[in-house]
Design a binder for this molecule. Structure first.
Ligand code: IMP
Ligand code: MG
Length: 194
């Protein structure tokens, strides 16, 4: 049976596709090589910031053949907004003990930097042996706190993007591409619920 394709490579709610499936896949492979070069053959612990980093984490970890452990952290999200709101809050924390472990934090996008700063500060207090960060996307123009990631997939312009894990009001995470959400779709009140 031919594989069913739930989405075409474009979507009517996107004004522009920034990254295609092939571009994402290629870059995920090369980030995995960069990570491998940093860690060698040793074990490390991946900490994925859910929900946004689910797809990136799932694809990235399949490209890494080191022994890895996985844990997830949930930080409060934007809600139905396209701009960061106030201070992010930790909603659900780690279950693994990371003291003395090599830790790699994975997020979908580095925007103002507040989320990654919060999470890295919390993790650092738990005394890991080392702490590195990896983000698929980096919107440098929007940075409000001084933080950079060790591993960055793509630098992108200051536009609100969805797909490949990134959402607007919990929608669009399942798009296989990353694209700019059309301005007239940035209002969930206008969505049909049927
Ligand atoms: P920061 O704390 O401002 O760096 O925001 C990081 C979080 O905001 C990310 O983990 C994303 O969940 C979300 N975010 C930032 N920019 C976008 C975007 O363009 N589309 C979807 N989510 C975004
Ligand atoms: Mg997120």
């Amino acid at each position: 049976m031919p594989a069913r394709r739930p989405h075409a490579s474009s979507h009517p709610d996107l004004s522009e596709i920034l990254l295609t499936e092939a571009q994402i896949k290629r870059r995920v492979r090369s980030i995995a090589r960069e990570i491998k070069a940093a860690y060698g053959d040793g074990e490390f612990t991946l900490i994925s910031l859910i929900n946004g980093a689910v797809m990136f984490t799932a694809d990235l970890m399949r490209e890494i053949d080191n022994p890895v452990r996985l844990d997830c952290v949930r930080v409060s999200s934007y809600g139905a907004q396209t701009k960061s709101m106030g201070t992010p809050q930790l909603i659900s924390s780690l279950t693994l003990d990371i003291r003395g472990r090599d830790v790699l934090v994975i997020d979908d996008i580095l925007d103002t930097g507040k989320t990654l700063k919060l999470v890295t500060e919390l993790i650092r207090a738990l005394r890991p042996a080392s702490l590195r960060t990896c983000v698929l996307l980096d919107k440098k123009a929007r940075r409000e706190v001084a933080i950079e990631a060790e591993f960055v997939g793509f630098e992108i312009p200051d536009k609100f993007v969805v797909g490949y894990g990134l959402d607007f009001a919990e929608r669009y995470r399942n798009l296989p591409v990353i694209g700019v959400l059309r301005a007239d779709r940035q209002n969930p009140a206008a969505w049909s619920t049927s």
